[in-house]
Design a protein around this ligand. Structure first.
Ligand SMILES: [Zn+2]
Length: 339
């Protein structure tokens, strides 16, 4: 299945770049979504990121065995509708940063800038868990909740480039305060941070079922998500219960999103995948329970992501390559009538 959609593309490579709060990683990716080579450096101050990206791409290009056709850059934040400017980034001091133009000037290659979660959704759509679907919802459960939407084979970006911020779907009126300034957002209940918050709250309340978790952590503040997952896999009732709650929140959020988007496949990404069916079972149950008109429609399949942390780089690289295909096809239209 991998690469099925690549048959009409030239045998060129793309570079995908993931700009994180602590490091900038770049991968050289082929037309089948395979990462051939990668480099990374710590994230510098805002203004120097374009120069670092250009340097990382040059290093990969020097070692590459085929031409690099385009660059895709994934960054956390809002990206303008023309995929060039980061209009707002929560972790880096960027306001209307012309990142795409700055990198393109240094490299003389097409550059596409994309929201990091959108890039990951594109990666799972092209080469991962959603490669058999043209209508895909990716929900990534990490520190927060991210995601992306593919509709009819295209990324949904919205009129201003800020669509698909699925983590900020409101689930609870006057609920927990979110970093976005609103209350009751999906990610305040369905994220890894929410899992840790709930686990620590249970452990701090003298709940006798928290004994094993407390013994493992050595103290309330030392409880982590992987500890909860690990104990749940050993059958610890509290930790099973915590993952069940997490999965239920994820499923409820997905049901509301599906009411609007009607995906055929929902891909669950992020660290929560390590919990497997302990979380996926409750996700599916809550999704079906809360899906509007459940018995009068077809129900999306819920699956775990398959590309892991590499989804963003793989997706961004493919978007960069696709941008170069568009440039090529406008300047030299393909004439296949004589083939
Ligand atoms: Zn929010």
């Amino acid at each position: 299945m991998t690469g099925q959609r690549s048959t009409d593309r030239p045998p060129t490579l793309g570079v995908g770049v993931d700009i994180g709060g602590t490091k900038v990683a770049a991968g050289l990716v082929d037309a089948d979504g395979t990462i051939l080579d990668s480099v990374s450096e710590p994230t510098p101050a805002g203004g120097k990121i374009a120069a670092l990206v250009a340097d990382l791409v040059d290093r990969l290009r020097d070692r590459a065995t085929a031409p690099v056709a385009g660059i895709g850059v994934g960054a956390a934040g809002f990206v303008s509708a023309d995929r060039s400017t980061v209009t707002f980034a929560p972790n880096i001091d960027w306001r209307d940063e012309p990142l795409g133009a700055d990198i393109a000037r240094l490299l003389d290659l097409p550059v596409v800038v994309e929201n990091d979660a959108n890039a990951a959704a594109w990666g799972e759509y092209r080469f991962g868990a959603g490669a058999d679907s043209d209508d895909l919802l990716l929900v990534t459960i990490g520190t927060g909740v991210g995601g992306g939407v593919i509709q009819d084979g295209d990324l949904v970006r919205g009129g201003f480039g800020a669509a698909a911020e699925v983590g900020h779907l409101r689930l609870v009126r006057d609920g927990r305060l979110c970093g976005c300034g609103q209350h009751g957002c999906f990610e305040q209940y369905a994220s890894g941070s929410a899992l840790v918050h709930d686990a620590r709250e249970r452990a701090a309340s003298d709940d006798p079922t928290a004994a094993a978790l407390l013994a493992r952590a050595g103290g309330v503040d030392a409880i982590t998500g992987p500890m909860v997952t690990d104990l749940a896999q050993q059958g610890d009732p509290l930790c099973v219960d915590l993952l069940h709650d997490l999965g239920t929140w994820i499923g409820e959020g997905c049901a509301s999103l599906a009411a609007v988007l009607d995906p055929t496949v929902i891909v669950i990404g992020g660290g929560v995948g390590a919990a497997g069916d302990l979380v996926l079972g409750p996700v599916r149950a809550a999704f079906e329970e809360h899906l509007p008109a459940r018995f009068h429609r077809r129900v999306a399949e819920v699956r775990l992501a398959t590309l892991g942390n590499e989804a963003g780089i793989v997706g961004a690289a493919d978007l960069g390559r696709a941008a170069s295909d568009r440039t090529t096809s406008t300047s030299a239209p393909a004439d296949r009538t004589g083939d």
